[in-house]
Ligand binder design. Structure first.
Ligand SMILES: Cc1cc2nc3c(=O)[nH]c(=O)nc-3n(C[C@H](O)[C@H](O)[C@H](O)COP(=O)(O)OP(=O)(O)OC[C@H]3O[C@@H](n4cnc5c(N)ncnc54)[C@H](O)[C@@H]3O)c2cc1C
Length: 486
């Protein structure tokens, strides 16, 4: 037996060196679970100056806002919900995302009865619970559009231009759920790979934000953002990995951008699919196996950004729960030839729970990526113009404004993942991203976690958490079975 093999076989949970890349939900879940299982040598490397990744709760207006994940989606089978259900931390969000005013670009508010019919047809056209999609070859966009017009044919009294405008805004809304640029790139079948957890789908964290969950995982003091609880001293912030050398079967060598070098027996990589897409060919030496590269190319991640506007008083009339923007064809054509063309993909504005003076807006896709390149002043100028164009009342200048830039940030390069028709074409999926790179003796060396690697709960925090636990368990199982053989 070579000296390397002897050295590796002598490793135990106490001495095995584990480096986790990324202190997002998956990285924190993996690190805390490993420590709970008795591993001692666990370090988390994080490129940002904060933990949380795509969970980013910041102080704003009357308490906090979430720039990334905001809701716990569902209850049954949702590990986030299961962990906190006895603690009264979550609350059902008012249904503004289903009951909203539909306002047209000529400031006309669509009659409530018609709006309700359109909402109901559109929501029922999403194939969440429809088995007919199992053998469907097309995109979610094709499916939704066909179904919508089929149902609408039964309602000839609804004016077609309004129905068309509504379908367009509904496509944008549903694209924000998927994080796709448009629904015609979302796989119809792949959409069914995503499992909804039963129960309330929009549970908010009251005035605490999603970071409260990470504090619970780490056992950290809830009022001190710099306390990492059981991860104190184990998280290195502002350290960006530039290369992971996993050649051979000896230790892995990790290079940081500042020139530092670390070595490890196991690496768990949790960086986003966006980072992998952009950097995998430089990040990994030697190059990753073909199946892994196919998964990185074939899985998709799009851009969803948020706007937060704070006003001195609640900005919408009391009978306006939220609103969606319906573009008249001629106005849209005009808009497209101006520098404010990106406003086409701003689809609606909603209140934020526990924040009565805030409006939260959403933008998706290519136009979101363009918006990210503009100055904050330009973006706000555009939104105020949009309010004047659509709303039959005056909205004052906000006292504070924020927008997110999830794509522009090199540590994310997008918002969350979905399964596209290209994913189907390449016959890949979360399983290929998940599969660990082992040495010839079956020892996990380079492992992958993060939302994109979940087969069914991709795009969510509960999915990311499960993947972190999955990889911690993989190491635990390896060391347990090895010890029993010794
Ligand atoms: C706008 C938005 C809204 C969302 N809303 C919800 C929601 O309501 N509910 C929900 O469940 N989910 C939501 N999500 C999705 C959810 O936030 C993610 O699925 C989840 O947080 C991903 O966690 P992760 O650990 O997989 O990845 P990340 O959080 O991306 O963690 C990866 C970490 O790796 C770090 N990193 C990257 N590159 C390097 C490098 N080279 N070296 C070192 N570190 C690096 C990053 O900085 C990051 O901290 C939302 C996401 C966004 C963007």
């Amino acid at each position: 037996m070579s000296s390397t093999s002897i050295r590796l076989l002598s490793k135990t949970k106490q001495t095995a060196r584990i480096v986790i890349i990324g202190a997002g939900a998956a990285g924190i879940a993996a690190a805390t679970r490993l420590l709970e299982q008795g591993f001692r040598n666990v370090v988390v490397i994080e490129a940002e100056d904060r933990i949380g990744g795509r969970i980013n709760t910041i102080p704003f207006a009357d308490n906090v806002v979430d720039l990334g994940a905001q809701w716990c989606h569902g209850e049954k089978g949702n590990v986030v919900y299961e962990r906190v259900k006895e603690l009264s931390l979550l609350e059902v969000t008012e249904d503004h995302y289903e009951t909203f005013k539909c306002v047209r670009s000529n400031r006309e508010v669509v009659d409530e009865e018609i709006a309700e019919q359109l909402r109901s047809i559109a929501f029922n056209s999403i194939p969440e619970r429809q088995t007919e999609l199992i053998n469907y070859e097309g995109s979610l966009g094709d499916y939704l559009t066909t179904k919508y017009w089929q149902e609408l044919a039964k309602l000839p009294q609804i004016e077609r231009p309004i129905a068309k405008e509504f379908l367009a805004v509904f496509h944008k809304f549903e694209s924000s759920v998927e994080a796709a640029d448009h629904l015609f790139e979302v796989s119809g079948r792949g959409h069914l790979d995503y499992w909804l957890c039963e129960g309330e789908l929009l549970l908010n964290w009251r005035d605490k934000g999603y970071r409260r969950f990470l504090q619970l995982l780490m056992n950290a003091k809830k009022d001190q953002s710099e306390d990492f609880g059981m991860l104190n001293g184990r998280v290195l912030l502002n350290k960006r990995i530039s290369q992971i050398n996993w050649e051979g079967s000896n230790e892995l060598i990790i290079r940081l951008w500042n020139g530092e070098i670390l070595t490890a027996d196991h690496v768990i990589c949790t960086v986003s699919l966006g980072v992998l897409k952009e950097q995998h060919s430089q990040l990994f030496v030697p190059a990753l196996p073909e199946a892994k590269v196919r998964a990185i190319k074939g899985l998709k991640l799009g851009t969803v950004d948020k706007f937060f506007l704070e006003f001195p008083e609640p900005p919408l009339p009391t009978d306006w729960p939220a609103f969606k923007c319906l573009w008249l064809a001629k106005d849209l054509e005009e808009l497209r030839s101006t520098e404010m063309f990106w406003l086409e993909s701003v689809f609606g504005f909603y209140p934020v729970s526990y924040q009565p003076r805030i409006l939260q807006g959403w933008i998706i896709g290519e136009h979101a990526r363009h918006m990210e390149t503009l100055t904050e002043e330009k973006v706000l100028e555009g939104l105020l113009w949009l309010f004047r164009k659509f709303l039959p009342f005056n909205v004052p200048h906000p006292q504070r404004f924020l927008r997110t830039q999830w794509h522009a940030n090199p540590n994310f390069r997008g918002s969350y993942t979905f399964r596209s028709t290209y994913t189907d074409e390449l016959r890949t999926g979360g399983w290929d991203l998940e599969s660990p790179l082992l040495d010839v003796g079956g020892r996990p060396r380079l492992q992958f976690a993060g939302e994109a690697s979940h087969k069914h709960y991709f795009s969510t925090v509960h999915g990311a958490i499960e993947t972190g636990w999955r990889e911690a368990e993989r190491l635990n199982t390896y060391y347990r079975s090895r010890n029993s053989q010794l």
